[in-house]
Design a binder for this molecule. Sequence first.
Ligand code: DNO
Length: 359
Amino acid sequence: MQSGRDRPSVEFTFRWFGPHDPVPLAHLAQVPGVRTVVTSLADVPAGTAWSDEAIAERRALCAAAGLTWTVAESVAVHESIKLGADAHAHPHARDDAIEAFALTLERLGRAGVEIVCYNFMPVFDWMRTEFARPLADGSTTMAHVQHDLDAIDLTLGLPQLAAWPKGYTAHELDELLERYAGVDERRLLEHYRHFIAAVAPVAERAGVRLAIHPDDPPWPIFGLPRIVNDEASLADILAASSSPAHGLTFCTGALGARGDTDVVALAERFASRSHFVHARNVRRTGERDFYEADHTPEAGDVNLVEVLRALLDGGFSGPIRPDHGRMIWGETGIPGYGLHDRALGLMYLRGAYDTLRRA
Ligand code: DNO
């Protein structure tokens, strides 16, 4: 157990989706202590390098609001990388996509962006089955019910349920899913090793730290393999490269959705390999069902103060952002990404942190 003075310092930060985000950047800068921002060029398709100009433009936008862009979340990993060369339609697609990813890292590094968050979930990024479940207090939140997900017929295309539809037609989706037929967890992990071996040295040279985000929800969906979701799989992922540039986005919500996972124990074990933290709380309502709760321990199953203590004692030093909040006080906007509840969450974490540092 460390005393407060020995505990590393961290940076509390906030996500901003870009000019289409209903939360103005200037409002983020009014949250006490927030000086940096997490954002990305989400309009650039996976497999295309981000241009220096577009990076400079986003950086300038942040700077004009008094904020420094320090984390890129996310840089998308093209499906050809996850599929591996042989399972993809074009023989060079994987190499080209890796090259584009590496170029993006070099350019972000030059622009002073220190951390790049990404994920390795086939086809679908994070997923929920409900985006505005009413809670007893009149707020709304996102929820996941596995039975409802299982009932989705993908041959009809991906309905309104995906948070971030990638715009596949039913036919494209069908083709893509077919190509994944030969990719099981073992193969996916091999493809991941190929990818990280290629990009970690580039990240190192560029002064960028890579932070892989766990699968969300943390189990396979639609029969697709997922390899970043529990203690053993996180250990395999981290063992894929010993580069100091290779690490995790420690997402307490994604990891906390599994009843067989002790998030505090994971924080103890992986603190020093974590480059970035997503702090949010979930209430499990079934083996594979949960909803997203506010950041306090009574509201959900994750004790964020204990997680924070474990991360700090384990040597984590980096950016932490409050992740999904509820929609409260009549706010509307991107589900999970209203200003109010995330700002309350940030202040809760900040209070816990200041206390831990003085204890
Ligand atoms: C959800 C986020 C994810 C995350 C990506 C990382 O709100 O945590 O969209 O940004 O999965 O690649």
